[in-house]
Structure formats: structure tokens, C-alpha cells
Design a protein around this ligand. Structure first.
Ligand SMILES: *[C@@H]1O[C@H](CO)[C@@H](O)[C@H](O)[C@H]1NC(C)=O
Ligand SMILES: *[C@@H]1O[C@H](CO)[C@@H](O)[C@H](O)[C@H]1NC(C)=O
Ligand SMILES: *[C@@H]1O[C@H](CO)[C@@H](O)[C@H](O)[C@H]1NC(C)=O
Ligand SMILES: *[C@@H]1O[C@H](CO)[C@@H](O)[C@H](O)[C@H]1NC(C)=O
Ligand SMILES: *[C@@H]1O[C@H](CO)[C@@H](O)[C@H](O)[C@H]1NC(C)=O
Ligand SMILES: *[C@@H]1O[C@H](CO)[C@@H](O)[C@H](O)[C@H]1NC(C)=O
Ligand SMILES: *[C@@H]1O[C@H](CO)[C@@H](O)[C@H](O)[C@H]1NC(C)=O
Ligand SMILES: *[C@@H]1O[C@H](CO)[C@@H](O)[C@H](O)[C@H]1NC(C)=O
Ligand SMILES: *[C@@H]1O[C@H](CO)[C@@H](O)[C@H](O)[C@H]1NC(C)=O
Ligand SMILES: *[C@@H]1O[C@H](CO)[C@@H](O)[C@H](O)[C@H]1NC(C)=O
Ligand SMILES: *[C@@H]1O[C@H](CO)[C@@H](O)[C@H](O)[C@H]1NC(C)=O
Ligand SMILES: *[C@@H]1O[C@H](CO)[C@@H](O)[C@H](O)[C@H]1NC(C)=O
Length: 714
């Protein structure tokens, strides 16, 4: 109960104060379209009744106290005396206190019922007078007001004046009036010839007057006519009986919010540049409705938001190369359907701005699209396809619009942008694509050249997949925040991460190596390296086997049958005294013990008493083969060198006799000439303690001594 009372009380308070000021009228009733420069000090008797600025005196909103205009003892251009309680101005001295410099007076909402003739006489600079809002003036006041010398603009809105009597302005002479605003006055029917006495009238505003009967007349001075929100069923009759224009100077005509369905009659508007027909009832757009023959200089055409369903659009319904801007917003026309001819824009070769937003492009094919816009391909600067249910665009769709600078595709259902979709649009600087279902933007989406030209971009969406692929886009946003304006607040939102926008999204860049293309390359290289490494390790592990195998292969080619010479020994071993242990412990057990060869080793087989040289020569000539055990000791041993030289000369006669075994690395500077010579022509077999190396050594040695067929390799 208390609450209800409080609410009622508050309402009553609010209502009473509103009523005092505006008496429940819509705010348009006192909208002057102007705003006087600001005030900064009170300027009347130390009270707050009037506030002044450099050029403004504002004594408005004192309905209890101000019934006269006070003397502010200063000069000003703008006087706001609205919302006071001056119900009648009959005293010829009423404006005597007003600065003679005053140019515009706002007197709206004073409850004015009467204004005597001649009261403005003393204000030579007065050009504008606003008398709208809750005043109660009648046509009887008009002639005196219109005759105010020098008055250019007069606004009398919301006075319920009713239909204009035909003789209303008969007594008006020498008016200089340029602008007359009679909006919200229930004019009903109107015979324009009543305005003919107002010879300089240029701007006429007859907005919201329920005009349903209109007869036009010759109005050569009219340039700008606003007849919005009336009840016109037909377009104005603009041609005289003789076919001349009734409005030869009319450049701007607004007939928004009427009920016009078509323009059948001939049209004579040779100067009309802007025609606005928003919110009318067009159902059929016939060929040549807005043609150059009817509207030779028409530039801006507003045919948006028709109240009825549009049923047919014929080819070349505009057919006017002068038209530069077409606003066809919000007509719910499905451009894929048969009732829209493919060539509706035929002849529109000069269009620079086209708004087709809030129509339906869901099923429009690329071919249909190209045909539709073909006439304006070269000229179009600005294109809007916002809210047209577009689900995809192809990379070729827009590429023909060479002159495009601004593109609006917001509030569609695009889930991706094909790479390079806009790259052919070299002049593009504004791209508004927000409120789609775009999931990611990658570096290839826009070419670097396009990105350089862009000055304003909106790609805001709630559908971004925030992962490694988004990092490039995030970086773009961060490095060029100006390009993305304040769109941060509007939201580039990650759909897969709670409550996070793209600029906030954080991810360790290393975590992304697995994702991108560059990363794939890295992995590839790593794999190859790994495989290489494995091969290397395996090779190293089995290097001796490989050597043996290679040896076998090479050796195999050279193998030839050897005729046994029936020697006493199979092998003569030439070695230095220091290497005797190796011969004793390694070589003999294998060659004699396992392979069953007979070796001639000097510490065992040289005959005592016989000269050593004879021993050597006997042994060598009695052996099938000679094994030379190379080592630094071998190089230093005189006898070894002798044996070597002897063998060398012996080998001259017999081929394939010598087998070199290198026990230790021997530097070439330590070697004798003979050793070097034999090394150059004969491959040697290295000894190594390692298990594998040993195996390889024995395998190779066995091959070198190959012809002993019966020997088994261990
Ligand atoms: C005059 O004052 C009223 C009330 O303060 C205000 O609404 C109106 O806009 C002012 N007029 C102009 C032309 O500034
Ligand atoms: C108001 O503005 C005028 C002109 O700009 C200046 O001369 C005057 O001192 C100002 N008054 C106040 C109270 O600031
Ligand atoms: C306005 O003035 C009239 C008399 O001229 C008076 O009767 C009325 O009460 C006044 N209105 C206000 C709100 O002061
Ligand atoms: C002129 O202003 C003075 C003082 O501000 C005032 O007393 C007088 O009534 C005003 N004159 C008229 C005709 O309003
Ligand atoms: C008006 O202003 C002038 C100076 O600007 C001053 O000399 C004069 O006394 C003022 N008159 C009144 C009545 O305040
Ligand atoms: C009126 O306007 C003219 C030109 O704009 C200017 O020279 C003059 O001082 C103004 N004031 C009066 C009182 O004429
Ligand atoms: C008269 O009104 C028109 C339309 O509102 C405006 O464009 C023009 O500037 C005004 N002229 C003057 C002198 O205030
Ligand atoms: C109409 O305006 C022109 C200048 O624009 C002026 O010369 C002429 O006197 C005006 N006509 C009337 C009737 O005031
Ligand atoms: C409009 O007024 C003119 C002149 O007053 C008159 O000749 C004409 O017949 C009127 N038109 C209509 C439709 O009443
Ligand atoms: C029509 O406009 C032209 C140029 O704007 C002007 O010269 C001519 O006087 C105007 N005609 C009338 C009747 O105002
Ligand atoms: C392209 O647009 C510019 C304005 O941005 C315009 O001047 C030019 O004429 C247009 N090109 C064509 C072929 O219409
Ligand atoms: C998202 O963040 C805002 C403020 O940063 C917070 O108020 C809101 O509760 C968060 N919503 C979720 C779902 O975390």
C-alpha cells in the first residue's frame, strides 16, 4: 500500500511539473532544431531567473515569475524565453527591453494565445522565431507574424491550427520568409496555392499533419519540402497541365511515412536531388519508376523499410545514371526469388553507395550477385549487406567491385572468411564484419597489402576459437589498436574459454609449436635427424661387421682360384719382437688352433744355427702367404724391415701374397719408405681389442687368407 502511494505521489509530482512546462506534448513540439550557445552566469538582479553567456540570454522556465521580459542591460543574439507564462502579447512595448541585436527568440510553451501586430518592430535583426509547444495560436496571428520585416524562419508547431483557410496569407506582402514550419497542426487537406504569397519560401515543413488531400500549385521558390508522416496515397502531382514543372527548384523532398504505393503519374522534378520514400506502401517497383527522364538529377534515393511486402521488382526500376546512393534497407526482399528481376539495377551506373541491409541473400548465388551489381561494379564505394542472412562469401564474390572503400557485412551468419576474399578491393579502408560466427582469423585471411590500406576494422564476435590459430590475430589487434577502435569493449570473445576476450587470451607460444605449419616442418626435420642418428648409432655399433661385409664384397670380386704351390707353411708372420706376445696369444691360437693353418713365426720356426737371412728367405719362399704385423715397433725393427723388403721383392713374382695387420696406429712419419709403399697398394686389417672389432678382424683376415676352404670362420 505504501509503495503504491509513493509511486502515485511521485507520478503526480512529475506529471504536474511536466504539465506546467509542456502539457504532455511530444518533445518534437518544442524542438527548434537549434541549441543556443551555453550560458555561464546569472544576469538579472542577482536572481537565477535569467542566465547569460556571450551571445545568449536564457530566461526560460520561470512560469511563476516572468510575465515580462526584463532589461538585462547587455547585448545578446539569442533569447530563450520559453516555458514562461506570457499568455498574450498585446503591449507594443513588450519587446522594448530586448537587446536590439537579438536574432532568434524562442517563445515556445508560454500558453500564448495572442500576438499583436507590430510588436517585433523594434528588433531589426530578428530572423528566427519559435512559437511551438504549448501555445494556442490561430491563423489570425499568422499574417502579422509573417510580415515581421527581416524574419526568415518561423516555426509554429503543435498549435492544432487545422486546415489552412484559402485566404490565410492574402494580406501578407513583402515577406522575406524563407523557412516555415507548420508541423503537428492537423492540417488535414492542403491546397498549396495558399503559400503562393510567400514568394521567398524555400524550406517548408509540414510534418505530421494528417494531410490526405493535397493539391499542388506552382511553387518556383520551394527547394526543400518535408511532408513526412502524413496520409498521402499518391505521389505529388508535379507537372502542370502543360507539362511544366510545378516545383522547378525543388531539390529535397521527403515523403517518409505516407501510404504511397507507386508513382504512376508523370513526374516533373528537374532539380530534385534527394528523394526519401521511407516507410511507404510500395508493393511493385515498375520499370523506370525513378528513371532519369523523371528525375534527371536525382542522387540520393531512400526506399527503405516499406510497410507492405514487396511483390515485384521489375528490371531497371531505377534506370538512372545520376543516382549515387540507394538505400534499400530493411525491405525483407529475397534477392534469390523470381519476383526480384536479376537486372533491377540496370542503368544505375553511377551508384557509389548501396545499402541492401536487412533483406535476404541467403540463397543468392554468386552468379546472381554478380548480375545484380554489374551496372555499378566500377563505381561502387560503399556497400552494406548487413543482416542479410549471408552464410558464406566466396573469394570471387566481391572481387569485381574494384572501387569499393567501405564494406558492411555485420550481423550475418558467416562462419569463416575465405582467404583473400577482399584482396582485390584495393581501396578498401573500412571493413565491418562484427556479429558473425567467425571462428578464426589467420594471416592468410587478409593480404598484407589489404591490411596496410585498412583504417577501420570490426571483426567482433562471440564465436572465436581461442587456440594457437588465434595468436596471429591477437597480435594484429594488439599491434594496431587504433585500427580496431574501441571494439575491444564490444567483444572479441572466445567461445571455448570462459569469460575471456581475444586480447586477454594467454597461451604459451611454445605450446603452439605442434599446431602451425612451421611447426610441422620442424617436426619433419627433427624426425629425419633422429632417424639419421639411429642409423649412425647402429652403424657405429656394427661398424666392424660393415667393414667386413664391404671387404668381402670388394674382395669377392678379386678372388680367383689359387693353385696351391704345396708349401710347407701356410703363412709366414713378420713381426717385431715387441709384438711377439700378441702373435703368441692372439694370432696363433686362432690361425693355428681354430683355422688349422700352419704358421711360420721366427721365435719358433727359425732353425737355430742357420743364418737368419737364410731362415727368412726359406720361410718366405716356403709360405703361401705373408702376414706383416705393422706397428711402430715394426718400423724400428731392422729385421722386420728386411723381411718386408724381401717380401716385396718376392711379391714381384707372386701376386696376392702379403696381408697387412695393423696392431697400433702408426704415424706415417714413423714409417719407412718400404712400409709406405706397401701400404699404398695393400689394404690393411686393423686390430682392436673390442669384441666386435675382433670379430671383424678375424673375419677379414680369414677372407684375406681365403683360399683355405676348409677353414671355418668363428
Ligand atoms: C530554451 O530553453 C528550453 C528550456 O530550458 C530548452 O528546452 C530549449 O532547448 C532552449 N531553446 C534553445 C533554442 O536552445
Ligand atoms: C562567462 O563568459 C564570459 C565570456 O566568455 C566572461 O566574460 C565571463 O566572465 C564569464 N562569467 C563567469 C561567471 O564565468
Ligand atoms: C499564468 O498566468 C495566468 C494569468 O495570466 C495565471 O492565472 C496562471 O496561474 C499562471 N500560471 C502559472 C503556472 O503560473
Ligand atoms: C523592462 O525591464 C525592467 C527591469 O528589468 C522592468 O521593470 C520593466 O517592466 C520591463 N519593461 C517591460 C515592457 O517589460
Ligand atoms: C548598464 O550597463 C552600463 C555599462 O555596461 C552601466 O554603465 C549602466 O549603469 C547599466 N545600467 C543599469 C540600469 O544597470
Ligand atoms: C544587426 O546586424 C548587423 C549585421 O549583421 C550589425 O551590423 C548590427 O550591429 C546588428 N545590430 C543592430 C542593432 O542592428
Ligand atoms: C531557416 O531554417 C532552415 C531550416 O531549418 C535552416 O536551414 C536555415 O539555416 C534557417 N535560416 C536562418 C536564417 O535561421
Ligand atoms: C526574396 O529574397 C531576395 C534575395 O534572396 C530579395 O532580394 C527579395 O527582396 C526577397 N523577396 C521578398 C518579397 O522579400
Ligand atoms: C486551390 O486553390 C486555387 C487558388 O485558390 C484554386 O484555383 C484551386 O482550384 C484550388 N484547388 C483545389 C483542388 O481546390
Ligand atoms: C530557382 O533556383 C535558381 C538557382 O538556385 C535561382 O536562380 C532562381 O531564382 C530560383 N527560382 C525562384 C523562383 O526562386
Ligand atoms: C571510384 O570512386 C571515386 C570516389 O571514391 C570516384 O571519384 C570515382 O569516379 C569512382 N570510379 C568510377 C569508375 O566510378
Ligand atoms: C565474467 O567476468 C565478469 C567481470 O570480469 C564477472 O562479473 C562475471 O561473473 C564473469 N562470468 C563468468 C561466467 O565467469
Amino acid at each position: 500500500m505504501t509503495i503504491v502511494c509513493t509511486v502515485l505521489f511521485t507520478c503526480a509530482l512529475a506529471f504536474s511539473s511536466v504539465e506546467a512546462n509542456c502539457r504532455s506534448q511530444p518533445s518534437t513540439c518544442w524542438d527548434t532544431g537549434l541549441e543556443f550557445p551555453p550560458t555561464n552566469e546569472s544576469c538579472y538582479d542577482g536572481t537565477d531567473l535569467c542566465r547569460c553567456g556571450e551571445t545568449t540570454a536564457d530566461c526560460s522556465s520561470n512560469p511563476d515569475s516572468l510575465t515580462f521580459i526584463p532589461d538585462l542591460n547587455r547585448s545578446y543574439k539569442y533569447l530563450n524565453f520559453s516555458n514562461n507564462n506570457v499568455t498574450s502579447i498585446s503591449d507594443a512595448d513588450f519587446f522594448v527591453n530586448v537587446s536590439r541585436d537579438v536574432e532568434i527568440i524562442d517563445l515556445h510553451s508560454n500558453g500564448l494565445t495572442y500576438i499583436a501586430e507590430g510588436v517585433f518592430q523594434g528588433l531589426p535583426n530578428l530572423t528566427g522565431l519559435f512559437l511551438g509547444g504549448s501555445n494556442h495560436l490561430t491563423y489570425t496571428n499568422l499574417p502579422s507574424l509573417l510580415s515581421v520585416p527581416g524574419l526568415l524562419n518561423l516555426s509554429i508547431r503543435c498549435q492544432s491550427l487545422g486546415p489552412i483557410p484559402l485566404d490565410s496569407f492574402q494580406g501578407v506582402h513583402h515577406t522575406e520568409l524563407v523557412g516555415l514550419d507548420l508541423s503537428w497542426n492537423h492540417l488535414g487537406s492542403l491546397n498549396m496555392s495558399v503559400f503562393q504569397p510567400l514568394q521567398n519560401l524555400t524550406y517548408i515543413t509540414l510534418w505530421k499533419n494528417e494531410i490526405n488531400e493535397l493539391s499542388t500549385a506552382y511553387m518556383p521558390s520551394w527547394e526543400n519540402v518535408n511532408m513526412k508522416a502524413n496520409r498521402l496515397y499518391d505521389f505529388l502531382r508535379t507537372c502542370s497541365e502543360q507539362g511544366h514543372s510545378l516545383f522547378p527548384n525543388l531539390t529535397v523532398l521527403s515523403l517518409d511515412q505516407n501510404m504511397i504505393q507507386c508513382i504512376d503519374d508523370p513526374v516533373c522534378l528537374p532539380s530534385l536531388r534527394n528523394l526519401s520514400l521511407r516507410y511507404n506502401h510500395f508493393e511493385y517497383f515498375a520499370t523506370n519508376t525513378f528513371s532519369a527522364a523523371r528525375f534527371p538529377v536525382l542522387q540520393d534515393l531512400e526506399i527503405m523499410q516499406m510497410e507492405n511486402k514487396i511483390r515485384a521488382m521489375s528490371p531497371a526500376f531505377i534506370n538512372n545514371s545520376a543516382v549515387t546512393h540507394i538505400n534499400f534497407l530493411w525491405n525483407n526482399v529475397d534477392f534469390s526469388q523470381g519476383y526480384v528481376h536479376g537486372d533491377i539495377f540496370q542503368g544505375c551506373t553511377g551508384v557509389r553507395g548501396l545499402n541492401l541491409g536487412e533483406n535476404i541473400f541467403l540463397d543468392v548465388s554468386e552468379k546472381q550477385f554478380h548480375r545484380l551489381l554489374k551496372p555499378m561494379e566500377a563505381s561502387l564505394n560503399i556497400l552494406s549487406l548487413a543482416r542479410t542472412q549471408l552464410t558464406h562469401i566466396s573469394s570471387k564474390m566481391l572481387s569485381r567491385l574494384r572501387n569499393l572503400t567501405e564494406l558492411y557485412l555485420y550481423a550475418n551468419s558467416l562462419s569463416s572468411i575465405p582467404d583473400g576474399a577482399f584482396d582485390k578491393l584495393h581501396g578498401l579502408w573500412k571493413l565491418i564484419l562484427d556479429d558473425n560466427n567467425i571462428q578464426t582469423i589467420s594471416e592468410s585471411t587478409f593480404s598484407p597489402k589489404l591490411r596496410k590500406g585498412l583504417k577501420e576494422v570490426d571483426l567482433g564476435a562471440k564465436t572465436y576459437q581461442c587456440d594457437c590459430n588465434i595468436l596471429w590475430f591477437q597480435n594484429w589487434m594488439k599491434t594496431q589498436p587504433i585500427l580496431f577502435k574501441d571494439y575491444h569493449s564490444r567483444g572479441y570473445i572466445c567461445s571455448n574459454v570462459d569469460n575471456v576476450t581475444i586480447p586477454e587470451f594467454a597461451l604459451n607460444p611454445q605450446a603452439c609449436i605442434l599446431g602451425s605449419g612451421a611447426a610441422t616442418l620442424t617436426i619433419g626435420i627433427a624426425c629425419i635427424l633422429l632417424i639419421f642418428l639411429v642409423i649412425l648409432v647402429v652403424f657405429f655399433r656394427f661398424r666392424w661387421h660393415v667393414r667386413l661385409w664391404l671387404y668381402e664384397v670388394c674382395r669377392g670380386r678379386r678372388r680367383r682360384s689359387r693353385v696351391s704351390r704345396g708349401c710347407k707353411y701356410d703363412v709366414f708372420v713378420s713381426y717385431a719382437e715387441e709384438d711377439a706376445v700378441w702373435v703368441q696369444e692372439e694370432l696363433l691360437p686362432v690361425l693355428e688352433g681354430e683355422w688349422g693353418l700352419t704358421l711360420c713365426v721366427h721365435h719358433r720356426d727359425f732353425r737355430p744355427g742357420k743364418h737368419i737371412v737364410d731362415n727368412i728367405s726359406d720361410c718366405v719362399s716356403d709360405s703361401e702367404r705373408v702376414i706383416l704385423v705393422f706397428s711402430p715397433h715394426f718400423a724400428r725393427s731392422e729385421w722386420c724391415q728386411f723381411e718386408l723388403k724381401y717380401c716385396q721383392s718376392f711379391v714381384m713374382e707372386r701376386d696376392d701374397v702379403m696381408v697387412l695387420v695393423a696392431l697400433q696406429e702408426t704415424q706415417s712419419r714413423d714409417m719407412t719408405g718400404a712400409m709406405l709403399a706397401v701400404l699404398r697398394t695393400t689394404t690393411y686389417i686393423e686390430w682392436d681389442e673390442e669384441q666386435d672389432a675382433r670379430q671383424s678382424f678375424w673375419g677379414r683376415l680369414h677372407l684375406a687368407l681365403d683360399d683355405t676352404e676348409e677353414v671355418q670362420v668363428v
